[in-house]
Design a binder for this molecule. Structure first.
Ligand SMILES: Cc1cc2nc3c(=O)[nH]c(=O)nc-3n(C[C@H](O)[C@H](O)[C@H](O)COP(=O)(O)O)c2cc1C
Length: 192
């Protein structure tokens, strides 16, 4: 059975956020380019400092040379499951403002904002996203020909959910583990 990992929240958080989670079991089904375009456009509507939009998404569909290039940059523990994703993405930040060439201190943050939009929009299409920091940044930079001004932020696997049973341990167990979060008291401070 496919895993449902809805967050158990204390407050009325919207369903899209509650239902998002990071699976490793992906069904080998193609993601339509139209759907991917919707997902990428959602990312583009994120806020960013000075509306710089410092994000760049370099992606490939499974079954292409580009996909193999992206997959080869993942650490083995990610590649073992991400290989079934329909699309692999490298999310890249431009580190300076285009107009002034001054440092954009919030570039990584802004790419993160865009990624959040991307992930939530994907879920409206029943497409799950799993972000990954486990990749070889130097290799990705070289393989994609990134400039000194571009910094890989993370990689993203997009795909349709499959059953936990097809994964090897310890991933199988992890796939069905209840999602946990720190308490509000730990992550927020109420000043008076
Ligand atoms: C920037 C970033 C990097 C991550 N790197 C990895 C990774 O390399 N491998 C992996 O399996 N999960 C990775 N994750 C997924 C997290 O482990 C996951 O989001 C977290 O455990 C919370 O689980 P949930 O997304 O299902 O709520 C990453 C997530 C983020 C946001």
């Amino acid at each position: 059975m496919k895993t449902i990992k809805t967050a158990n929240t204390f407050h009325p958080v919207i369903d899209l956020i509650k239902n998002r989670w990071s699976p490793r079991s992906f069904f080998q089904e193609e993601i339509e380019q139209n759907d991917l375009d919707t997902i990428l456009e959602a990312a583009s509507w994120a806020p960013s400092a000075n509306n710089e939009q410092p994000w760049q998404y370099i992606y490939a569909h499974r079954g292409t040379a580009g996909y193999e290039t992206l997959k080869s940059c993942l650490v083995a523990t990610n590649a073992v499951w991400a290989k079934d994703a329909g699309v692999l993405i490298a999310a890249v930040a431009r580190k300076t403002f285009a107009a002034t060439e001054k440092e954009n201190r919030t570039a990584m943050h802004d790419v993160g904002m865009a990624n959040a939009n991307l992930v939530l929009q994907a879920l409206t299409l029943n497409i799950y996203a799993h972000l990954m920091g486990g990749f070889d940044s130097k290799k990705l930079t070289a393989d994609l020909g990134l400039t000194a001004d571009q910094e890989p932020v993370c990689m993203i696997a997009l795909g349709f959910l499959d059953v936990a049973e097809k994964l090897e341990e310890p991933l199988r167990t992890r796939e069905t583990q209840v999602r946990q979060r720190k308490a509000l008291e730990e992550i927020s401070t109420h000043l008076s």
